[in-house]
Design a protein around this ligand. Structure first.
Ligand code: HEM
Length: 430
């Protein structure tokens, strides 16, 4: 076994969820980026190789044969084989299974298909912004950032709006399951499955699986123009999703885009409130909506890390790695790497080169919902700009104690609207 050179014991432990209550530990990540080779980071009974530089994150992401998503788990801790199997979906599968599954669903998420959902996204974004303005501001997470992505994905999937409240409740319990506190008993929602076999060890996963199965059955009998119908009918040369594959994918889709997009929208709003000069640039030139969206993704980096496990001995950044070792890519670090990003700690809505890795570092697992997430952020910016909305921060963000999602639980923002509030003296904000 390669003998790892451990980071100094006084260094902050980047896996400690409470560390993130004060924000991303950028100082520690900068030290790791400057350390030659990879840094061995202790974790549990063992540890992992911390991959913190942009180039190295891309190398790991693109070499899925050596850096596996199917072995162990894509989170820091290992799962037992039966638990991994029960919840396995796209994200923790390798080729050829991954290639097959991804092919069956990719068609629904191409830029062209995603554009079909633009009107839906715009209607939901406009409603939320109007309510936020009418209330004179408030908790941005509760009023805008949380409801937008969940309403969008439920509408796209074809979940009837009468059930939306129930699914929002389930997804909130799943978010809770990513931390170390569960407020519902193991048998909630009639669950009889051992919790370790359920995603996020949450009985809400059982309820979500059941709901997805029922909706899938309905759409098989009575197809509609929605994503569930597209999934149950997906057919590539006679190949289809099995019932379990469909069920796990339904679960993944409800969850994957939810907290992530919420996080991007929240950090984005905070950044625009804290950098009114940058927001004014967008108001002056709407062509900046696209680069501003990418900058919000880089700046927020909602998913902090993904893990891979080596299938054979290999080497990265000059560090030999044994087979079966954990390798963890820290996206928030790569997105502040000054080898790639000019002035990485500046929030710059006009950034020309922005090869951020918020959706992963490339390769087969690159986020399936990337175009949808981009659409949601861009449409929200457009709707804010259309109303000449100016956000002002009233409180410090209350951050989530998580080493996985760069979450914000709440932040109070106030609003000012109209050109007088934002136009520079004598300037035109269009
Ligand atoms: C700002 C919002 C989002 C961020 C930052 C984000 C980030 C990520 C990341 C980092 C990965 C893993 C990449 C890897 O392992 O190489 C991923 C995978 C995935 N994401 Fe997203 N995501 C977002 C929104 C969404 C949305 C809206 C959906 C669904 C509608 C979605 C569905 C998925 C799925 C299904 C995968 C697994 C893909 C695969 O393994 O082939 N994501 N995402």
């Amino acid at each position: 076994m390669t003998s790892p050179s451990t980071s100094p014991s006084t260094a902050p432990n980047v896996t400690d969820p409470s560390l993130y209550l004060d924000g991303m530990p950028h100082g520690r990540f900068a030290e790791m980026r400057e350390t030659p080779g990879l840094v061995w980071h202790p974790y549990g009974d063992g540890g992992f190789w911390a991959v913190t530089r942009h180039d190295d994150v891309r190398s790991v992401s693109k070499n899925a044969a050596v850096f596996s998503s199917a072995v162990g788990h894509t989170n820091l801790w290992d799962l037992e084989a039966d638990a991994l199997e029960a919840r396995r979906s796209l994200i923790d599968t390798d080729a050829p299974d991954h290639t097959r599954l991804r092919r069956l669903v990719a068609r629904s998420f191409t830029p062209r298909n995603v554009r079909r959902w633009e009107d839906t996204v715009r209607r939901i974004a406009a409603e939320l912004i109007d309510e936020f303005v009418a209330a004179g501001g408030g908790d941005w997470v509760e009023l805008v950032a949380a409801p937008l992505p969940i309403r969008v994905i439920l509408t796209i999937l074809g979940v009837p709006m009468t059930d939306a409240g129930y699914l929002v409740e389930l997804s909130n319990y799943l978010v809770e399951g990513t931390g170390d506190r569960q407020s519902i008993p193991p048998d909630a929602f009639g669950n009889t499955t051992e919790l370790r076999l359920l995603p996020f060890n949450s009985p809400a996963s059982h309820a979500l699986f059941e709901y997805g199965e029922r909706l899938g059955d309905q759409r098989r009998r009575d197809p509609r123009d929605d994503l569930v119908t597209a999934l149950v009918q997906a057919n590539e040369d006679g190949d289809r999703l099995s019932d379990q594959e469909y069920r796990n994918l339904f679960h993944l889709l409800v969850f994957a885009g939810n907290e992530t997009t919420r996080t991007a929208i929240t950090h984005g709003a905070i950044a625009l409130a804290d950098h009114p000069d940058q927001w004014r640039r967008v108001l002056d030139d709407r062509r900046l909506v696209a680069p501003a969206t990418e900058e919000i993704l880089r700046w927020s980096t909602p998913v902090m890390h993904m893990r891979r496990t080596t299938t054979e001995p290999t080497e990265l950044a000059g560090t030999p790695i044994d087979a079966g070792q954990k390798v963890v890519m820290w996206y928030g670090s790569a997105n502040r790497d000054d080898r790639v990003f000019d002035r990485p700690f500046d929030f710059d809505v006009g950034r020309e080169e922005n090869p951020h890795v918020a959706f992963g570092g490339g390769g087969p697992h690159l986020c399936l919902g990337a175009y949808l997430a981009r659409l949601e952020i861009a449409v929200l910016l457009e709707e804010m700009a259309r109303r000449s909305l100016l956000l002002e921060r009233r409180t410090e963000p209350v951050r989530a104690p998580s080493n996985f999602v760069h979450g914000v639980l709440s932040v109070e923002l106030a609003v000012a609207t109209g050109r007088a509030a934002i136009a520079p003296p004598g300037g035109d904000s269009r």
